[in-house]
Design a protein. Sequence first.
Length: 138
Amino acid sequence: MYWQIRLKDSNFQRIVWRDSPFKPIQDFRLTRIAYGTASAPYLAVKCLQQLAIQEEQNFPLASKAALKDFYVDDLMSGANSTTEALGLQAQLIQMLSSAGLVLRKWASNCNELTNLIQEDLRLPNASLSIDDGTVKTF
């Protein structure tokens, strides 16, 4: 997820490097969120939240889910009907793809919903059974 988010200002993530004390110092500026930095999860979540706020009028279901149902880059959400779930899924895909983000590893306890997602975007063995009340995120 982090590498999918482009930074406007590259002055905040810089790497200063040189191979030896006899070579000149090189200054590299990162244009994407760097995985492993303390700020990476915050920046990623903040980007999702900002997108949800900006797109609330266009994607009301997706906006609400993005603000409440994400944990960093894992989404766990639900709906009261298959129709509502399909609408949420479509809005999430559209809203996030408008920012260059692609949701992957889709899984559902509804086969109809799972079958509408491209196979390469589904979680292998994506049919979930939540009869015992336990659900695992990956």
